[in-house]
Design a protein around this ligand. Structure first.
Ligand code: AHM
Ligand code: MG
Length: 334
């Protein structure tokens, strides 16, 4: 039997591959791993404890918030605050960024952006949800309190990104720009164990993932592409939880779309803590991630914290195919 490698062991071992590394990023990733275990425990208990249901508040984008969103947000912040390596956080659940007070003897070089519990409308019905995170290095003086504009870096500047999928089993997937690795939580020992080394997304697949209920609200070229998927007999799978939909595509190949609609003219998903981290992971696994203007998401200028983005993400051949398709249809219609 192969010896188990835990997340902590793996993070420390891979840090040794970068001589001169201070270990700060390593400790942040470990803190996120701890937070993920706590959130996992509560998500698993969701049907048993009185934490279900909507809280009497809305998030920065004016949407209803589940109580577990708030819980996950607080757990992530607590775990990151105490370490001293993280200068501050931005979150889907917070209108403004939080700047942490310095911890004595520590230099806080990193910023964390997160969606603490994505797809949380699925919790009540026992469908998978996820945590998404991205990590940047600070560009400004680390002795100063962090300001919001420091969080507005392009996705291409991310130093690490990951997601946790609370599903039939709980898996943490992350990249530091050197490939993607996945760790499944073994509940019997309470550790994330390396289960998917150097994950590679198939260049093509049989699945497309889009909320087809909005079909009539999509632009013409997107509707034609969806018709094309149907003509090819691709299978439609849409969980309504981006982490779950992308996780399937990581293994089986396919394409995930969240285009602009009449309700969301700039797309629904958020650029800095949803689109960018997921794009970084997908690209590191060999896939591609564009917006509906066919721009690489990681290159898009970030103007505001809760900026929205459209999403075309998945297997490289399928994204290339979509790109050609949209270019051809746009040319015909212009
Ligand atoms: P949330 O951050 O409010 O949970 O919304 C994000 C989720 C994604 O996980 C998912 O892909 C999408 O919203 C589903 O939206 P829709 O119900 O419009 O298809
Ligand atoms: Mg979200």
């Amino acid at each position: 039997m192969e010896r188990i490698v835990t997340l902590d062991e793996f993070i420390i071992k891979t840090q040794q591959d970068f001589p001169g590394s201070s270990g700060s990023l390593t400790r942040i990733l470990r803190d996120i791993g701890i937070a993920a275990k706590i959130v996992n425990r509560e998500v698993n208990m969701a049907g048993l404890v009185n934490i279900l249901g909507r809280a009497d508040s809305s998030n920065a984008s004016g949407e209803d918030v589940q109580k577990l969103d708030i819980f996950a947000n607080e757990v992530m912040i607590d775990c990151l605050k105490n370490g001293g390596e993280c200068a501050g956080v931005a979150s889907e659940e917070l209108e403004n960024v939080i700047a942490f007070d310095p911890v004595e003897g520590q230099t806080a070089e990193y910023l964390v952006l997160m969606d603490p519990l994505d797809g949380s409308s699925n919790i009540d019905v026992n469908v998978s949800v996820g945590t998404i995170f991205g990590i940047y290095k600070r560009e400004s003086d680390t002795n100063k309190k962090v300001a919001e504009k420091e969080f507005l870096q392009r996705g291409s500047a991310l130093v690490a990104a990951g997601y946790v999928l609370y599903g039939t089993s709980t898996i943490l997937v992350y990249t530091t720009g050197n490939g993607v690795n996945g760790f499944t939580l073994d509940p019997s020992i309470g550790e994330f164990c390396l289960s998917h080394r150097n994950m590679k997304m198939p260049a093509s697949g049989n699945y497309y993932s889009v909320n087809q209920g909005y079909y009539l609200k999509f632009d013409l070229e997107m509707r034609r592409y969806i018709d094309h998927c149907s003509d090819l007999n691709l299978r439609l799978r849409y969980i309504g939880s981006m982490v779950s939909d992308i996780h399937r595509i990581m293994f089986q190949g396919g394409i995930f779309l969240y285009p602009n609609t009449r309700k969301y003219p700039a797309g629904k998903l958020r650029l800095v803590y949803e689109g960018n981290p997921m794009s970084f992971i997908v690209e590191q696994a060999g896939g591609k991630a564009l917006n509906t203007k066919l721009e690489r998401i990681l290159d898009v200028e970030v103007k505001e914290l809760h900026q929205r983005t459209t999403i075309i993400m998945g297997s490289s051949d399928m994204v290339n195919d979509l790109q050609e398709f949209v270019e051809r249809y746009s040319a015909i219609n212009s």
